[in-house]
Design a protein around this ligand. Structure first.
Ligand SMILES: NC(=O)c1ccc[n+]([C@@H]2O[C@H](COP(=O)([O-])OP(=O)(O)OC[C@H]3O[C@@H](n4cnc5c(N)ncnc54)[C@H](O)[C@@H]3O)[C@@H](O)[C@H]2O)c1
Length: 341
């Protein structure tokens, strides 16, 4: 019987993956784990869990949720003992670049110690495939674009990036030593409905609605490879049942749209969609709410995924345009926050 464990199941990517797996009945049992921390509004995590519970009921899926911390070794062992997962998707992590300067301990605890305990459990219980989240941030100030997984990535410019690079090394090591089939996915600025409020598209929307200023760093001279959540979930689903066959059985892929968008263009599209959805009035003075600032520590000028390897191995390329994706985000935002007021 195929059982999948998703860590960070109440999170943005984990919640959406869990929903999709339950709807498509890909696994006989879906197990989720999350510590429900308050890095951002816990109500969003509760909302995602509610949608998951409804989906489990509607699609008669076998769903079980465990609340606890990755860095609690006994907790992880208990979940593996009780469920014997055949597949593990490790999405739980302390995310965010800026916060890693303020709260470094959380990054080491979740992304290094916690990651290690999940790997140990995979070693001790044996899994068919271990999939884990890495990040485009590990490319740091890479000058060569697009970013390829064959580029050297040993100069992280934030602790967050350093922990993600460390995860890739730990996973490679365990895959090599214990033959654990493992795939690391470097995600690129994932956005969408019920996303993360610490990310620019969500934060800017909140601030503009409150009449506050939005901070545009590096005076707008940067570009991000925005990747819509549904595309990321589709990509993840294609990876789950295709463990690497090479030796050692470890592979790393980029999973991004491969079309960076300039920050100011992104802000313009967001503005237009907020007006179109009548979240903000047509005469909103956006210019008066923009503050242009220098780059912050940890900021990189561009992220840009080379998707050739992913396309070759999984026959998939993200297709959702930034406008289409932001339109969906804004529609969700309006329904979730504005209609209740
Ligand atoms: N969203 C992006 O743009 C993006 C980009 C690159 C990489 N990633 C990575 O993808 C993964 C998922 O990101 P997300 O955007 O869904 O973030 P998220 O913060 O929404 O989800 C992570 C979830 O993990 C949980 N968690 C954190 N530490 C934990 C711990 N120690 N024990 C148990 N649960 C814990 C949190 O409560 C949260 O619900 C993360 O590993 C992140 O680093 C995300």
């Amino acid at each position: 019987m195929k059982t999948i464990l998703i860590t960070g199941a109440a999170g943005f990517i984990g919640g959406n993956l869990t929903l999709k797996l339950l709807k498509e009945k890909i696994f006989a049992k879906v197990i989720g784990l999350d510590n429900m921390n308050d890095y951002y509004d816990v109500n969003l995590k509760k909302y995602r869990l509610k949608l998951i519970e409804e989906a489990a009921e509607n699609f008669s899926g076998s769903w079980k949720f465990y609340r606890g911390d990755l860095s609690d070794k006994n907790f992880i062992l208990k979940i593996f003992e009780e469920n014997r997962p055949t597949h593990v998707v490790n999405l739980a992590a302390q995310a965010g670049i800026r916060d890693s300067f303020e709260n470094p301990d959380a990054y080491i605890q979740s992304n290094i110690t916690g990651f290690f305990y999940v790997l140990e459990a995979c070693k001790n219980f044996g899994v068919e495939h271990f999939i884990y989240a890495s990040s485009s941030s590990i490319y740091g100030g890479n000058k060569k674009i697009p970013f390829s997984t064959s580029d050297r990535v040993d100069k992280p410019i934030s602790l967050y990036a350093a922990t993600k690079k460390s995860d890739e090394l730990l996973a490679y090591c365990y895959s090599n030593l214990y033959k654990i089939p493992a795939t690391g996915l470097r995600f690129f600025t994932v956005y969408g409905a019920a996303g993360r409020p610490d990310m620019a598209y969500f934060k800017f929307t909140n601030k503009l609605l409150r009449g506050e200023e939005i901070q545009i760093y590096n005076f707008g001279n940067c570009a991000r490879d925005f990747t819509f959540i549904d595309d990321v979930i589709e990509g993840l689903c294609r990876v789950i049942d295709k463990p690497p066959k090479n030796s050692p059985p470890h592979k790393i892929y980029n999973l991004g749209r491969g079309e960076p968008v300039n920050l100011l263009d992104f802000v313009n599209i967001l503005q237009e969609e907020l007006i179109r959805a009548e979240v903000l009035p047509a005469d909103y003075d956006f210019e008066a709410h923009k503050k242009f600032l220098p780059a912050q520590p940890g900021d990189v000028p561009i992220t840009f995924a080379d998707m050739n390897e992913f396309e070759r191995d999984f026959d998939f390329h993200p297709t959702t345009s930034l406008r289409e994706g932001l339109k969906k985000f804004v529609a969700w935002y309006k329904n979730f926050y504005c209609e209740k007021i």
